[in-house]
Design a protein around this ligand. Sequence first.
Ligand code: PEP
Ligand code: MG
Length: 571
Amino acid sequence: MHGIPVSGGIAIGHAHLVSHARLEVAHYVVPQRQIADEIARFDSALKTVRADLETLRTQIPANAPQEFDAFLNLHLMILNDATLSSAPREIIEAEQCNAEWALKVQMDALLDQFDQIEDGYLRERKADVIQVVDRVMKVLLGQPGYAPPARTDDEQNLIMVAHDLSPADVIQFKQHQFASFITDLGGTTSHTAIVARSLNIPSIVALHHARQLIRENELIIVDGTQGVIIVDPDPQALAEYKLRQHQWDIERQKLKRLRDTRATTLDEVDVQLQANIELPDDIAGARENGAMGIGLFRTEFLFLNRDNLPDEDEQFEAYRQVVREMDGLPVIIRTYDLGADKQINGAVATGTNPALGLRAIRLSLTEPQMFLAQLRAMLRASHYGKLKILIPMLMSMPEITQALSYIALAKKSLEDQYIPFDRNVEIGGMIEIPAAALAINTFIEKLDFLSIGTNDLIQYTLAIDRTDDSVAHLYDPLHPAVLNLVAHIIKTCNKAGKPIALCGEMAGDVQLTRLLLGFGLRQLSMHPARLLEVKQRVLSSKLRDIVPQVGKMLRVNDPDKLRSMLARLNA
Ligand code: PEP
Ligand code: MG
């Protein structure tokens, strides 16, 4: 199967199907002698849900909307219909599978039929089917039957296979040591992919049917560089990939020697290579790979996977830990970029178009208490090292002014309490909306430093949702509009003497290193795992040769020609 490569390397291991919340269920074989029990388990779950719905119906509060009764009736009808109450029993028997899987298979078939319905009202009832199945599923999961086969592998040999995972789901994997990570959905710059990349294991997204086709425990090869997986490989393929895996490991080992080497071009120009992190514990990886600072700390991950919000003190501890461990090197901490695909409490994004909605600084400005708590925490931590504050998704002058006034307010409140902080703490903004790129002078005027977020800049310039795998193939950092915007930002900032960095995924793509250097970029922030490879490219680059070639590339519109020019630049 082919997908979009997210993180390079080769993993060989056994599949472990993972589910996040709803309707992602395990699939395993139930032995023949247990089939009757499995069917009984399914029937009993139906019975429980039926009883629950009946009880609800007798307890409808007087002030409940009238439709409530009709709604419960509808759900009971769906539940009792043979398509849901009886078809899964046959699937259990025919496929010798667990009840959850049978129910899921049947639901998918039903939902497909709903998609064909022309009548809008009836089509909408799809949601009711999902809700009813969800109820049965919850009961089944609470009453496990025949246990899936125990595995003998340790974590390091497991390939995590998921249909779709949120960034919040993936961040939890940081506590584990899986061999690899593959999903059906997602784009190369989706936050799910970004976090997967930071796990530093081979990973692939947008495989489309992996979760459906792969069975628990199957042997799989994941080639994270090519974006290919091989299920149940034959001995030759296995031997071939073992060899490639070995070669990859040797390359990695060699790169380690560059850890303490200064990133300087052949013509002696210094380049600052910094790390992006999601959690304070990522500092270890940043240091191991010789990061010259933290160019982006995505603090919103501190807010995910929990029922409460981290208070000021908890945030302060986290920020101080990072600043201290970086030992005097600069640490750029971004105010939370919550909203869209990163919702507090795992809530589902609201609004018809979450990526264009209440996200990042927009959300912060509507939640002054939460924003001020974070700003105070950052300012307090600034006393312990070289901390800079970065604001995401700025779009207009009034937004900058408002954000700065909150920072002034936070400073004043600390002063009033005699709490120390760095009074000269620098405030920067992310340039990740085309409007900001085009009106870059406003940002240069008002802020101390800028950082280009190409993941969003590309998303908004090319109008492709980062999280939507159906348009993931349109993601193109080499689109002339993107190249010209990025070059324009860098050139204008350099001319004005304003520090400019780039912290989107483009920074860690070694194929683009020379291009960006040619634009005049001297500061790049990326996943720690990418640092040494990019450094190696910097060390072998001569700006005098690069700049004229890159200048020409900005005037080319033909994608094929551009790609061959890039190949020449990297040769
Ligand atoms: C970006 O948009 O490029 C960026 C670095 O921020 P994030 O990926 O967190 O949106
Ligand atoms: Mg962004």
